[in-house]
Design a binder for this molecule. Structure first.
Ligand code: GLC
Length: 483
């Protein structure tokens, strides 16, 4: 809902009259000066933060390992089908406006229908928590420009534009607090709807031939005030930017935005898509001094460990971020567990996506997979959360290693059932120590010699699938050192 006050009032009224004469879509946003932090008072966090300060700011995030990505907005209404056309499998649901070149006013009709009466913040947060996820990153605004909170600088939001008229981010923020999970926001720099952003070039939103001369106005008068609202009123722990590839956005702007937000909330963590640093979908930085605290591999996992920059691999469970009726290409729970083990061994985080339906329901295949991951993590969480990586994060194709934060224990996560025995060449166990399989109390028999390495026996009683502590992957907890 708009807050048009004092000296801005007359100006804003005149502006809205002008916009009203330009047609429906343009009425949705107006300007308001950003007064949050004056440039003179800004601290340069990129230059002045020490490595120790950065590490301690990022510690909770690194320890968390596993988060839920939520792509939700007006695109859930068409759900991949516009008029008589269906998006191809490789086109994601949240891009439908662009993929079918839907004019702004036609797309607005979807936003007008977005009425998630079954949305239950408590249930969503419960599902994330039961999956073993430690944080949630939800789309405050995706490329389509529709905002999921009560924005004072926009009418193109859940309060003013849709029949729902309840602040989704507020409901989630309250629930996250109540249930003890960390809330974070995805936010698109690119905006296909705002008159001063990409929209005038419709349908060529992403061309690098034309630049939008008004883009700075959108940044100053709309994007930054919106971000200020998000930081001040909803207290996100991470801002996860995207849509930074448009030619209007530059690395200096990214750095300025990074500092602007950190000055507002010094503990904020911000991804590397705030600027122009990332290298394609692989997502790590091209240059050392790029803005942002972590790399963002998309739909992929780093080949090995990172050589410094923390990272988070974001991934869909099927092939789309925003809900699509026809996407049933689900990854198995086993695959998702293996991904989590692989990412953790390489020192990264896993940000796994759900795309809820327009009515607020989370698709059943997503709920089922998350529940399976939760069961696995209840047994094996010790090998995932708060761990660090070894020099050799893997052995062969099926073993992934992590290590407890104090360095005392090594966890060998086996991605398959090893049968009667597991042999490891990379680890020297401490003499006389116990080796256990997580989820089983009785210590396992083991032997070691320099040539053969470590052999851990897996007893008969555990061989039947039903007797094992979990499915998909099995963790051996070893007191010892890496060779
Ligand atoms: C992409 C897409 C977007 C999605 C995001 C998630 O860059 O543009 O739709 O939100 O990746 O990483």
């Amino acid at each position: 809902m708009k807050n048009l006050v004092n000296q801005n009032l007359i100006l804003a009224m005149a502006f809205s009259l002008l916009l009203a004469s330009c047609g429906g879509s343009q009425q949705a946003e107006q300007t308001q000066d950003s007064t949050a932090v004056t440039p003179q008072a800004m601290k340069d966090y990129i230059k002045d933060e020490t490595k120790e300060e950065r590490n301690s700011r990022m510690q909770w995030w690194k320890d968390a390992r596993f988060g839920m990505f939520i792509h939700w907005g007006a695109y859930a209404v068409p759900a991949g089908i516009h008029k008589d056309s269906t998006l191809k499998q490789d086109r994601t649901g949240e891009w439908i406006m662009n993929s079918f070149n839907i004019p702004i006013t036609d797309y607005e009709a979807y936003a007008k229908q977005f009425n998630p009466t079954k949305f239950d913040a408590k249930e969503w947060v419960r599902i994330a928590k039961d999956a073993g996820m430690k944080y949630i990153v939800i789309t405050s605004k995706h490329h389509d420009g529709f905002s999921l909170w009560d924005s004072k600088v926009s009418n193109y939001d859940i309060m003013d534009f849709s029949p729902y008229k309840k602040d989704i981010l507020k409901a989630l923020a309250d629930e996250c607090k109540a249930q003890g999970i960390t809330l974070c926001f995805y936010h698109s720099i690119m905006d296909w709807h705002h008159p001063d952003a990409q929209a005038p070039h419709y349908p060529d939103y992403n061309t690098d031939k034309k630049q939008n001369p008004n883009f700075d106005k959108y940044v100053t008068n709309y994007m930054k005030p919106q971000l200020e609202e998000l930081v001040k009123n909803y207290d996100p722990a991470v801002l996860w930017f995207d849509g930074e590839w448009i030619p209007e956005w530059t690395e200096p702007q990214g750095k300025e935005l990074y500092n602007y937000l950190r000055n507002m909330k010094p503990s904020l963590i911000i991804n590397n898509r705030v600027g122009k640093g990332r290298k394609g979908m692989q997502g790590m930085n091209e240059t050392q001094d790029a803005a942002g605290d972590f790399g963002t591999p998309e739909q992929e996992i780093l080949e090995g460990k990172s050589d410094g920059l923390p990272w988070e691999s974001c991934m869909t469970m099927n092939d789309t971020w925003g809900f699509k009726t026809n996407d049933n290409n689900w990854k198995s729970a086993e695959k998702l567990v293996h991904n989590l083990a692989d990412i953790s061994a390489k020192g990264g985080n896993y940000l796994l996506n759900i795309g809820p339906k327009a009515d607020g329901e989370i698709p059943t295949p997503s709920v089922e997979r998350l529940a399976e991951m939760g069961k696995w993590l209840k047994v094996n969480g010790e090998a995932i959360y708060t761990t660090q990586s070894l020099k050799n994060y893997k052995e062969g194709e099926n073993i992934r290693y992590t290590q407890s934060a104090d360095g005392k224990y090594i966890y060998a996560i086996s991605l398959k059932w090893e049968g009667k025995a597991l042999n490891l060449k990379n680890i020297t166990p401490k003499e006389g120590s116990e080796i256990k399989m997580l989820g089983i109390d009785t210590p396992l028999k083991w032997s070691y010699d320099d040539k053969k390495g470590l052999t851990i026996e897996i007893p008969k009683e555990l061989q039947a699938e039903a007797k094992r502590p979990c499915k998909y992957a099995y963790t051996f907890k070893i007191e010892g050192t890496e060779k």
